[in-house]
Write a protein that binds this ligand. Sequence first.
Ligand SMILES: NC(=O)c1ccc[n+]([C@@H]2O[C@H](COP(=O)([O-])OP(=O)(O)OC[C@H]3O[C@@H](n4cnc5c(N)ncnc54)[C@H](O)[C@@H]3O)[C@@H](O)[C@H]2O)c1
Length: 438
Amino acid sequence: MNITMVGTGYVGLVSGAGLADFGMQVICVDKDTDRIERLNRGEIPFYEPGLEELVTKNVRNGRLSFTTDLRMAVERSLVIFIAVGTPDNSQGQPDLSQVEEVAKRLAEIIDDYKVLVVKSTVPVGTNRWVKEVLQANMKKDVKIDVVSNPEFLREGSAIEDFMRPDRVVLGSDSQRALAIVKDVYRALYLIESPFVLTNLETAELIKYASNSFLATKISFINEVANICEEVGADVHHVARAMGLDGRIGPKFLHPGPGYGGSCFHKDTLAFAHLGRSLERPVRIVEAVIQVNRDQRKRMITKIEDALGPLEGKIVGILGLTFKPNTSDVRESPALDIAQTLLNKGATIKAYDPAGMDEFKKVVRDEKVSYCNSAYEVAKGADALVFLTEWNEFRNLDLKKLKKNLSTPVILDLRNIYEPERMAELGFKYSGVGRGTNI
Ligand SMILES: NC(=O)c1ccc[n+]([C@@H]2O[C@H](COP(=O)([O-])OP(=O)(O)OC[C@H]3O[C@@H](n4cnc5c(N)ncnc54)[C@H](O)[C@@H]3O)[C@@H](O)[C@H]2O)c1
């Protein structure tokens, strides 16, 4: 079967390469000419483990190609996926202009039956609206079915998530379209991945409810961590014991500087907005958003408690991405925290294994210098702040770090190290929710 994937970002490129690996003939389309040229040269525009190998393999076997020519791709395809961005519009609602632009272009091009599959995360009602946009702009009177197929992959393990998803959600009014898209995912059907077949609105809501729930777990454990700090409890023990309860589960109970990434931020805002617009406020999600904002501020207080006034201080930051194994810095806590440190007069030395290029595009400040290793960051710094738990930060030579630091202060905001050991080594150390000797 021939498929068009519109958008070659994290979701589109992983899904396109994944579907090609399932045996589909996939044409990936992007309006970003530079990105398509790079992909045609074999360059992957962002870091995602295993993606380069998957793309190379499927380009070589002739099942995956890249173009800016939407018309050519659509003419050859029965199924068209939309995986363009839906960023927050800064008023708490997703900006649907990329989706609308694609829908209008498709309306000009399509001249026989197609199935349009919306993979982008979009508010409830958007798939129906996309159908209206298509119908209002169609040049020819042909039938198009729309299927909502929200994506749940996690950056950093996106390939594994796409190849072995916990579930595939498909929503549509059309049984014919559902059967066609199920066929696209036949490989997953064969390995017995659960499929949830439902209507458009339900599929759309599943995505927001899922991400909001995960964000809730993170904000919840961050609040528990803050209480732990007051009463002398260890949040790791609390989280482990909670997680051993099968009804709770161990995942997403890691305290830290607050959730980041493009999805949780905008999806919680959008879900809260939906509730308000229906006069059914989702009060838990409203609180989750506020707790996350406060958690970032709390991290600044921790740094100030350790260093005193930040004016003139040199702060070393290890980790800039919102999580390990990605180059993505969208909504990364490091952005907020670095900006606040700069506003308060600090100078920053930073290192991240994959995210420095993206970070530089957002934080353009001569008071930030970029280094090649954790040890280089530590040299002459007044404190080291861990903001992403990359594996390479887990086994650092702590004696060397201490020697390089001008004062041995570590703010381990991802709880990578053990407080007792750090105190024994002579560090002034604070994690999140685990006691401190600062
Ligand atoms: N990033 C994730 O981990 C993730 C996970 C699940 C769901 N999602 C959702 O998937 C969607 C895509 O997210 P992403 O992170 O891959 O976005 P992204 O911003 O990385 O990529 C979007 C791509 O779409 C392209 N594009 C925009 N308009 C276009 C047009 N008119 N024609 C062709 N290409 C166009 C852009 O050039 C860009 O390459 C969003 O709705 C997001 O919420 C993302």
